[in-house]
Design a protein around this ligand. Structure first.
Ligand code: NOJ
Ligand code: NOJ
Length: 565
């Protein structure tokens, strides 16, 4: 498919759009067939996979992907359930029933993350015969239960509309409740990110956890499981609060709280498309695809690949380029990925759906750099659909979005097979199921398919967060000579350290005198200032300046050894 798209790069907008349409029209049936080939028990590429088990890829060496990842499977079935329930593909019902059956098995399998009640739901992947994968791996990955529950809730909502409440209550709800309870109880713990590399908090994981709790609480209300509703909604509010903290002062979303990278990552683009809710408009609280924050973030993310890949060289800013997981990626030497390049297009198509639906585009100071790609002198303000600016933006952004699909078209082999990565030729796992699901969902978005609402409309961020996210155990040790009756305390710029108040300062103990120590629970990956104080007969003496400063680790435990000044 390479030659046809290349020669059209310079063609007119209409021919361009038609060439993207014709790629989609020919690729979608191939993607669907190849996706289904990767699902047991009868998929032609997945011999040995049990019913409803999605293999990540048939590749068994370099890399060995003949496993079933909870994340990949849930994203794949999320797409299939959307296609079935919207009437776009009426053939998928038995596949969905198989996925339910396989979820019933897999949830119960004890694995290295635990049992069903002790954390096992966070296990990232299983063997294709529904046994545990017991080798070392980046675990747990806490996006899996959230994504799986969300897919099953879409299915439950459809069945309720078909008056099949008994199946929902008796069969689906027990599975959904296990996953949502896990999210409600563990979202605050550190997790490996969706790329299975960074152990901290991760934007994608937090965002899909939030969505799953909103979906879970409304399903619970709908079927009379009222006892869980307030717990789910209150944790959802806490997560929404924490979600805001990923937005950074440089004007993009930091993908992970740990990891020591730039933080620019397709994690954030995937979040935007997998938490799209058209009824929420361009709301930035949930980083909707057309929100100013999500658009500013898209620009920063895409730009980070500008000089990175040979196949991008010479393409000016404002035109689509190939993108990968994150710019620092070295997996298979770090290449563009089909599913990330398609996700950029999908975020833009989702945005176009909303702009057209609401009949206006609002440019804020945050999104202005994004919009100025297409309209260099654009001023902040709202442009209604009757304005020429609106028309200019919508046309240019459609062409820009199509450009990302066109890149994928250019690097799709003639047989339509989609691997995980591409450089010029396909790289890494062949026939990646998730790549095919990404193709189907971008095609849906380009055709204007609007996924069911999950309750993002009108959400407001609580003014104070009840729980700030993951915590770590942190030990302060300070060497201090004291007189009898004199005690050492620590205080500083965190709630946990009494916000500099000597009255609430945390006492240290002198079991190892002259070393005074205390182990506290502090927010993970957080910079703070502190000082030790000594109190004798109620008189407070502060250490000399300057304040000490530290960043807590993203996970695990931390310790500092100081000497009183
Ligand atoms: C396999 C993981 O699936 C992949 O995401 C990761 O980049 C590599 N291991 C390297 O850690
Ligand atoms: C590696 C990717 O990083 C991860 O997200 C995915 O789940 C597995 N491969 C399987 O496709």
């Amino acid at each position: 498919m390479r030659s046809c798209i290349c020669s059209l790069l310079l063609a007119s907008g209409l021919a361009w759009s038609q060439s993207v349409s014709s790629f989609i029209n020919s690729e979608v049936p191939v993607a669907k067939a190849n996706l289904l080939a990767n699902i047991g028990p009868s998929g032609s590429q997945s011999q040995g996979a049990f019913a409803g088990v999605v293999i990540a890829s048939p590749s068994t060496v370099n890399p060995d992907y003949l496993f079933s990842w909870t994340r990949d499977s849930a994203l794949v079935f999320g797409e299939l359930i959307n296609e079935f329930t919207s009437g776009r593909d009426t053939t998928l019902r038995s596949q969905i029933d198989n996925y339910v059956g396989s979820t019933q098995q897999i949830q119960q399998i004890p694995n290295p993350s635990g049992t069903v009640t002790t954390g096992g739901l966070g296990e990232p992947k299983f063997n294709i015969n529904e046994t545990a994968f017991t080798e070392p791996w980046g675990r747990p990955q806490r996006d899996g239960p959230a994504l799986r529950a969300s897919a099953l809730i879409l299915w439950a909502d459809f069945l309720l509309s078909e008056n099949n409440a008994s199946y929902v209550v008796n069969t689906l709800w027990p599975l959904i409740q296990l996953d949502i309870d896990y999210v409600a109880g563990n979202w605050n713990q550190s997790t490996f990110d969706l790329w299975e590399e960074v152990d901290s908090s991760s934007f994608f994981t937090t965002a899909v956890q939030h969505r799953s709790l909103r979906l879970g609480s409304s399903l619970a209300s709908a079927i009379g499981q009222t006892s869980v509703v307030s717990g789910y909604t209150s944790q959802a509010a806490n997560i929404l609060c924490f979600l805001q903290s990923y937005w950074n002062t440089a004007g993009f979303i930091t993908a992970n709280t740990g990891g020591g990278r730039s933080g620019k990552d397709s994690n954030t683009i995937l979040t935007s498309i997998h938490t799209f809710d058209a009824s929420a408009g361009c709301d930035a609280a949930t980083f909707q695809p057309c929100s100013d924050k999500a658009l500013a973030n898209l620009l920063t993310y895409v730009n980070s690949f500008q000089g990175l890949y040979t196949i991008n060289s010479g393409i000016p800013s404002g035109q689509a380029i190939a993108t990968g997981r994150y710019p620092e990626d070295v997996y298979f030497n770090g290449n563009p990925w089909y599913l990330t390049t398609l996700a950029v297009a999908e975020q833009l198509y989702d945005a176009l759906i909303v702009w057209n639906q609401q009949g206006s585009i609002t440019v804020t100071s945050i999104s202005q750099p994004f919009f100025s790609l297409f309209f260099p002198s654009i001023a902040t303000g709202t442009y209604t659909s009757s304005s020429s600016t609106f028309a200019t933006l919508v046309n240019a952004i459609q062409i820009y979005a199509d450009g990302f699909v066109a890149i994928v078209a250019e690097f799709t082999p003639l047989n339509g097979g989609l691997s995980e990565q591409f450089v010029g030729t396909p790289v890494s796992a062949n026939d990646l199921t998730w790549s095919y699901a990404a193709m189907l969902s971008v095609a849906g978005a380009r055709n204007g398919f609007i996924p069911p609402s999950w309750g993002a409309e009108g959400l407001t961020v609580p003014s104070t967060c009840q729980r700030q996210g993951p915590t770590v155990s942190f030990t302060f040790n300070v060497q201090a000579t004291t007189v009898f009756g004199e005690n050492i305390f620590v205080t500083g710029s965190l709630n946990e350290l009494a916000n500099w108040s000597p009255a609430g300062a945390v006492p240290l103990s002198a079991a190892d005198y002259p070393i005074w120590s205390v182990t506290t629970t502090l927010p993970a990956n957080t910079n703070f200032q502190y000082k030790y104080i000594r109190i004798f007969n109620g008189v407070v003496t502060w250490e000399s300046d300057p304040n000490l400063s530290l960043t807590t680790p993203a996970n695990g435990t931390g310790e500092v050894n100081d000497v009183w000044r």
